[in-house]
Ligand binder design. Structure first.
Ligand code: HEC
Ligand code: HEC
Length: 195
């Protein structure tokens, strides 16, 4: 009898202590959904950002997004005025939850107008420079490599210029300093139009 009670007690302790990894992940995603409501004003429903000049975040890779949000909050991407202000309102854990939530949303390709001649030329530049070696054959990215295929065109162009000027620092993106603005425009047309 005593043994039976003890076993019963131990089973309850075990049940209380056992928190499956998935339940934590789900809690973060739902927390991220709640906290991330403020993002919709600029980034659209479920991160499917309309327009040309703000990046889509629905379906973007969570590791990359967490890093970018942390850098906005730490002032390392200070020239992004809106994001510097917005990101400072959250803790690191909250930023991670928000990134996780948006990463679970469906990626919707940009519908920006693509200049086909520029896109052709941009593809050649991307191949010559090994851009897709890191960003994936269709620009889908992975982990710390952001998704760039199907991203909004104006955002792609502007953000590449920021890596080029050093506003955003990344050793891996160093090669962008070798390219002129006309080449970046061609790349933006190519990348935004990838399906
Ligand atoms: C007031 C408008 C505004 C709001 C609100 C806003 N953003 Fe942004 N966001 C921007 C702009 C503008 C950029 C482009 C910044 C740049 O040019 O570097 C951006 C860029 C980003 C990027 C980088 C995109 C990429 O592909 O690298 C991420 C990630 C992001 N925002 C996430 C969020 C999240 C999460 C929230 C809510 C907590 C949020 N944003 C709220 C305007 C906004
Ligand atoms: C060695 C790997 C590597 C190569 C090669 C590379 N990138 Fe990147 N790229 C990255 C990483 C990593 C980031 C994110 C850096 C950060 O954390 O700020 C990035 C960021 C970007 C972004 C910003 C995405 C966003 O959502 O803000 C664009 C656009 C981009 N790369 C385009 C290119 C193009 C075009 C080329 C070829 C000329 C290229 N990359 C070559 C690794 C690479």
């Amino acid at each position: 009898m005593i043994n039976g009670k003890l076993l019963f007690f131990m089973a309850i302790v075990a049940a209380v202590l056992y928190v499956p990894a998935t339940s934590f992940a789900e809690a973060s995603v739902s927390e991220g959904k709640r906290l991330g409501k403020t993002c919709a004003g600029c980034h659209g429903t479920a991160g499917n950002t309309p327009g040309e000049y703000i990046g889509k975040i629905g379906g973007q890779n969570p590791t990359y997004m967490t890093k970018a949000l942390t850098e906005f909050a730490d002032g390392k991407r200070a020239k992004s005025v809106e994001m510097s202000i917005v990101s400072k309102g959250y803790t690191q854990e909250q930023l991670k939850s928000i990134a996780m939530y948006y990463s679970t949303q469906k990626w919707v390709n940009s519908t920006n107008n693509i200049n086909m001649a520029k896109a052709e030329a941009g593809k050649a530049i991307a191949m010559d420079n090994g851009c897709m070696d890191c960003h994936g054959a269709n620009g889908e990215g992975m982990d710390e490599y952001p998704r760039i295929g199907g991203q909004n065109k104006g955002y792609l162009y502007e953000v590449m210029k920021r890596y080029k000027s050093g506003d955003i620092k990344s050793d891996e993106m160093e090669l962008i300093t070798e390219l002129n603005d006309a080449q970046l425009d061609k790349l933006a047309n190519y990348l935004s139009g990838i399906r």
